[in-house]
Design a protein around this ligand. Structure first.
Ligand code: GAP
Length: 465
């Protein structure tokens, strides 16, 4: 339904659904529920559109994605500083940013009967005068605000109205001077943060692709105006490299420059990094040259001078901003889809389940929720004691799962489905030779490793990425 898509999510070059791809999304959604990655929000009350909760396994995956991003930004790059700003800010912040005054989306028309909303320019383009869904009468075009409203304090009136932040970016701009002064930073330097954002999306959907509550990982790089094109190129390449290094298949990634009419009100240039989802090519990250829009607007609205002085001429200017803006949930979905591998006929030889399709989540080891699973072959007390001791010794270093339920084949399959790179199995021979079998998720190779050498063994394989 083309009309239902708001401008930020207008993807003109979407791929047609390939046969079997809807099926793939169903499998991912089902895997996420079954294995504890992601659950529908408020599920026991029938769910809440555009809201999802992360389960024990999903929390680890998303945390690893955010940690990798943090590692890249704040450790591997010099002079990029992290903040954790509030979700609630003064209402004026959103006036300055243009989210309330210019509208956070394009004009929409609403059907008076079914209340579906449509992009007004799309309706005009197609010459559509009545609701494309039910034929009902449409309202005049109106700008709908995507910000989620709330009230702070005991009285609910205009003076207490504010918004849950619609992007984490604005919390960075309001702290620009604080960070610059505290860190004695000079251009070029960056400020980034990871945190929740909220949008009253008109059409949430595609599982965790478009949510009403989501997490962003945004970085703003402040530069001299003349340097902006150079850093725009730099960040676009850096961000693509990050995805490739974390194992996303290069055929499933592409850049899509924004066309002139599509640029956001603040942007001088913008390119999306798109992932080839089962439902088409869609944005996972935006790289924007925001020009001097943000600091000049916040200077104007706050009365604080956020400009810089040229060290040679003394002339005042507002730094330009190169923004990299990714969504942790969208990335989690892209990483899950990219890692999802089905093995027809199965590969486990230890149980009868060998004839079924087996699923392996070939996540990069850094992203895998659990790095190691420790599995006693049977529930014999001696094996359990030994396995638990191994789990305890490894836990201080890595996320370790311990599982003694069901057959060993089923337990291997569960670990494959959640992407655990290594399983350590303690069997009867372990009691005598003080060694365990380490099974590799991807190759299915098995190695006998002395228990007192396990830590070194995993150190080499998990900490050397
Ligand atoms: N500060 C710029 C900004 O917020 P955006 O293109 O609206 O730009 C940036 O959002 C990223 O945030 C997107 O590429 C996407 O990964 C994520 N994002 C935006 N809206 C989202 C939503 N409704 N659900 C999930 N992720 C979203």
């Amino acid at each position: 339904m083309k009309f239902l898509i708001s401008k930020q999510f207008l993807m003109p070059k979407t791929t047609k659904h390939k046969e079997g791809n809807d099926d793939l999304m169903d499998k991912i959604v089902s895997l996420c529920k079954r294995r504890g990655f992601i659950f529908p929000g408020s599920e026991i009350y029938g769910g809440l559109a555009g809201i999802y909760d992360y389960g024990p396994v999903g929390v680890e995956l998303k945390r690893n994605i955010k940690d990798e991003w943090r590692w890249e930004m704040f450790r591997l790059h010099e002079h990029i500083y992290e903040v954790d700003s509030s979700i609630l800010m003064q209402k004026k912040v959103w006036e300055a940013s243009g989210h309330t005054s210019a509208g956070f989306t394009d004009p929409l028309q609403e059907c008076k009967q079914c209340h579906h909303r449509f992009r007004a320019d799309h309706l005009a383009e197609e010459g559509v005068k009545q609701c494309p869904d039910c034929g009902g009468q449409l309202t005049e075009p109106k700008k709908f605000n995507l910000l989620v409203e709330t009230h702070l304090g005991p009285v609910q009136d205009e003076s207490s109205l504010t918004y849950l932040r619609g992007e984490t970016t604005q919390g960075i701009y309001v702290n620009y001077v604080n960070v610059k002064t505290a860190m004695r930073a000079s251009l070029p330097f960056g400020i980034g943060q990871v945190g929740k954002a909220f949008r009253n999306e008109i059409t949430p959907g595609h599982f965790i692709y478009r949510l009403r509550e989501f997490e962003q990982m945004e970085q703003q790089y402040f530069v001299q105006p003349d340097d902006a094109p150079k850093y725009f190129q730099y960040w676009r390449e850096e961000r693509m490299r990050w995805y490739l290094e974390l194992g996303i298949n290069k055929d499933n990634l592409r850049f899509r420059p924004h066309e002139k009419g599509e640029l956001a009100h603040y942007a001088k240039a913008a390119e999306d990094i798109e992932y080839k989802f089962p439902f088409g090519w869609h944005e996972i990250e935006g790289i924007h040259n925001r020009g001097d829009w943000d600091l000049s607007r916040h200077s104007q609205f706050s009365g604080q001078d956020l400009s810089e002085a040229d060290p040679k001429t003394g002339k005042k200017f507002y730094p330009y901003i190169i923004e990299t803006s990714a969504g942790a949930d969208r990335l989690a979905l892209a990483f899950l889809i990219d890692a999802y591998t089905e093995i027809a006929g199965g590969r486990t030889t230890t149980t009868k389940s060998i004839k079924e399709v087996e699923v392996v989540l070939k996540l990069d080891k850094r992203l895998a929720p659990f790095k190691i699973a420790v599995l006693p072959l049977s529930k014999k007390e001696q094996l359990i004691t030994m396995a638990q001791e191994i789990a305890v010794s490894l836990r201080g270093h890595w996320m370790v799962d311990y599982d003694e339920t069901q057959s060993i084949g089923k337990r291997y399959r569960r670990q494959d489905e959640i992407g655990t790179p290594y399983c350590v199995t303690v069997d009867f021979a372990s009691l005598a030779d003080k060694a365990a079998t380490v099974r590799d998720r991807d190759t299915m190779g098995q190695e006998r490793v002395a228990i007192d050498k396990l830590q070194n063994y995993f150190q080499e394989r998990l900490n050397n990425n």
